[in-house]
Design a protein around this ligand. Structure first.
Ligand code: BGC
Length: 749
């Protein structure tokens, strides 16, 4: 933080500003003026020192405004699932406030699994209201990095593997937040697709993969969502750190997409003053910290964009054009947020917010398997006529999951565990007994926020298993609730998972439970796909997520059938890592250069990420992208397409869908395209449209899509443009990427 030390000039400025207020409201304070006039006016009144003070942090989560002019500080908060509790001015530790507990919303993977943009809007509005109530100008989220490997420690903060799904889901979130006069900060731009070596990885990939897979969700957030800020990522691209990257920030973001907001660095992501000045960064945060735990004390004057920058300007080594550009963007953000007198006041911990979290959670849960065959029974929804004695097993049934995971860790007013949720929702319809089964992570603390739980259990794995198996034999049904838990290497920032299999002996325990009781439901809580070596022995499997404050209620709502599951996987659940391009082609996590300073990670699978890779190589995943069952069934009728592309721009495609079961339910109807013949390799399927529809039992509705011409194009790297090659395209409509129910062929000239 550059302090203004020249008291005389300061006093002069104050008296000038004061008399100006009395004489006439300056343009920058006048709501009736348009934002650009206000920005230009404010900029003209700032001194050099004041401008430099605005382009870097003054505390862990704030940057200076211009106090002399009444321009407020910019206060940021993590993001992206709830409003982070206050930390000390210059420390990561808690500030000790007692009014900063929030509602934790489901993690963004869960939101993506709902495939429901209207829930994304509700999410954005709800979290935006909480950010506003806590007087934050910038919410550090949402994240839209692509799930390239299920080992990525932060997949749970992102929206899955598909660029179109992520783009469709991120825009309403942004709208919802920014309606509250709070800026989103879209992150982490770009190519931060694994956590291991995140500060030193240089990503190498084709322009096609960049434009077709890794950029579209960011572009949607910027161009359609009109995000007011974006965060550069830690890694490198083309040998430049992404927080000051000529290609990503100047050429693409500010050039091609005409972004008019603020580029914020990730905490500790800036490395060089010259690059920070010229390569697109606007606001520097967290230098000399790792963004998570340690840091140099009160180093703000030494930030790359603080004294070193001021000095360079004073010595004439650099002009002020770039500085004015950065400050203009920051002023624009301030006028859109803290200096927007019309913005709402927000609200915190309301019943409406809790209800939103519960609803989004329940709509996101994916019923992966619910066998109904001679050998295995469909166990869900729970039939209380038969299931009188229910045994719940597993640490995740009782563990608070809102604490942990890195910077998205929260302090909540309450958190309903799965066990408590089940007890409350099931009531006296059945008896519920709980046994631990395994010990995973008994701790529960992040940056001084304590879950208050002591989950220590000194019994051996044998003792815990034998207790669980004995109890399982006596129960009518067993619900195992396990998975990952947001501790190190278990879905957590700054580290990737070390194994695709579940840890803590859970696979063996599940096998033992399946042998003891054939009525076994496995509930996996995670933000990533997992290996399921026991899949054939378990009749019913549910993919649950980190669902936040109301987690247990959302899960119970689905298990008992109060909510009919309608979530669909936002990623491919590979049978093994060999089915994932990043691992099959041995490109993850890259190769260290000789100097051991940079690790090159080449995305050799190119555009073939997720289902694009399994489709291409004819691999059968355990559960495909877009998969999710319901307690009812849906029949798809005959698809039809309009005769021609209206104005050559869009094509109407329709398909009737009938709920053929006995209960009401929602289906996500997915539309994929295939370019039958093309001069470049294209995926067998690319998601280009989807709709979630609610159908009463027996009801039929016609689902209608407007397929845009854009969706047929590929990125032509030679021409640097999106190209449509005339010819035949297959349109595939189905219930998942592997369950196509209708195919049409259409031509485009
Ligand atoms: C994370 C960001 C986060 C920032 C501030 C960094 O470690 O990568 O996502 O917003 O810290 O907490």
């Amino acid at each position: 933080m550059i302090k203004v030390r020249n008291i005389a000039s300061c006093l002069c400025a104050i008296s000038f500003a004061t008399s100006a207020v009395y004489a006439q409201t300056p343009a920058y304070l006048d709501d009736n003026q348009d934002i650009e006039t206000r920005v230009a006016d404010a900029l003209s009144r700032l001194t050099l020192e004041e401008k430099v003070a605005m382009v870097h942090a003054q505390s862990k989560f704030s940057s200076a405004g211009a106090p002399r002019l009444g321009i407020p500080e910019v206060w940021c908060t993590d993001g992206p699932h709830g409003i982070r509790p206050e930390v000390l001015w210059d420390e990561w530790e808690q500030a000790g406030w007692t009014n900063d507990s929030c509602v934790a919303y489901p993690a963004l993977t869960a939101l993506a699994a709902s495939w429901d943009p209207s829930l994304s809007l509700l999410y954005g509005q709800s979290i935006g209201e909480e950010a506003r109530y806590r007087n934050k100008s910038v919410l550090l989220g949402p994240g839209v990095n692509i799930c390239r490997t299920p080992l990525n420690g932060r997949s749970f903060e992102y929206m899955g593997e598909d660029p179109y799904l992520s783009g469709q889901m991120v825009v309403p979130y942004i709208n919802g937040v920014q309606q509250q006069g709070v800026a989103v900060c879209l992150k982490h731009y770009a190519l931060n697709n694994n956590e291991v070596n995140r500060h030193t990885t240089n990503v190498i990939l084709s322009d096609r993969a960049l434009y077709e897979i890794y950029l579209p969700a960011f572009k949607a957030g910027v161009v359609e969502g009109k995000a007011w800020s974006i965060m550069g990522s830690y890694n490198l691209y083309k040998d430049q750190h992404c927080c000051h990257n000529q290609y990503l920030l100047n050429d693409i973001l500010k050039g091609e997409w005409a972004f008019d907001g603020v580029v914020v660095s990730d905490w500790g992501g800036v490395h060089d003053t010259d690059q920070a000045i010229h390569n697109g960064l606007d606001l520097e945060f967290g230098s000399w910290t790792n963004g998570l735990t340690n840091g140099t004390s009160n180093a703000y004057d030494n930030y790359f964009l603080a004294h070193p920058y001021l000095q360079m300007i004073k010595e004439g080594k650099v002009g002020t054009k770039e500085l004015d550009e950065k400050v203009s963007r920051i002023l624009r953000l301030i006028f859109r947020t803290a200096m927007n007198r019309n913005r709402p006041f927000g609200s915190m911990n309301s019943e409406a917010h809790q209800a939103a979290a519960r609803k989004i959670g329940a709509e996101s849960i994916v019923l992966l398997k619910n066998a109904s065959s001679k050998k295995q029974n469909a166990l869900l929804p729970i039939d209380f006529n038969k299931m009188k004695k229910i045994l719940v097993v597993g640490e995740n049934a009782i563990k608070m999951m809102t604490v942990g995971g890195g910077s998205s860790s929260l302090k909540v007013q309450h958190e309903v565990s799965p066990l408590d949720g089940l007890k409350a929702v099931i009531g006296n319809k059945a008896s519920i007994k709980y046994v631990r089964g395994y010990v995973g992570d008994p701790t529960g603390e992040y940056n001084g926020v304590k879950s208050g739980q002591d989950l220590k259990d000194d019994r051996s794995a044998e003792e815990l298993t034998s207790e669980a198996v004995n109890e399982a034999k006596k129960a009518d049904m067993v619900i195992f609730i396990g998975g990952l838990n947001k501790s190190d290497h278990q879905d957590c920032e700054d580290a990737d998972r070390e194994s695709y299999n579940l840890s803590y002996g859970q696979d063996d325990l599940i096998e033992a439970l399946a042998a003891a009781n054939k009525n076994l439901v496995v509930v996996n809580i995670s933000g990533n796909a997992i290996a399921m070596p026991w899949i054939d022995k378990v009749p019913t499997v549910v993919q649950d997520w980190y669902l936040g404050s109301e987690a247990g209620y959302s899960l119970a709502d689905v298990l008992v059938g109060n909510v009919n599951p309608s979530g669909k996987l936002p990623y491919t659940n590979y049978a093994s890592l060999n089915q994932c391009g990043a691992h099959a082609l041995n490109t993850y996590p890259g190769t260290w250069r000789e100097d051991h300073k940079v690790i090159d990670e080449e995305y050799k699978e190119d555009i073939f990420v997720g289902y694009r890779y399994t489709d291409k190589n004819n691999l059968k995943p355990l559960f495909p992208f877009g998969h999710g069952l319901s307690y009812t069934t849906f029949k798809y009728g005959k698809a039809t397409a309009a005769k021609s592309w209206s104005n050559g721009k869009s094509l109407k495609v329709e398909i009737p869908v009938t709920n053929t079961g006995k209960v009401d339910g929602a289906e996500v109807v997915q539309l994929y395209i295939q370019d039958v013949k093309c001069s470049v390799a294209r995926p067998i399927k690319e998601l280009k449209a989807f709709k979630k529809i609610m159908l009463k039992a027996g009801e039929t509705a016609t689902v209608s899509f407007e397929l845009s011409e854009e969706s047929l194009k590929y990125y032509n790297a030679d021409k640097k443009e999106w190209t449509l090659e005339p010819g035949t395209f297959n349109i595939m409509i189905g219930s998942s990427s592997s369950d196509i129910r209708a195919t049409l062929s259409v031509d485009h000239e």
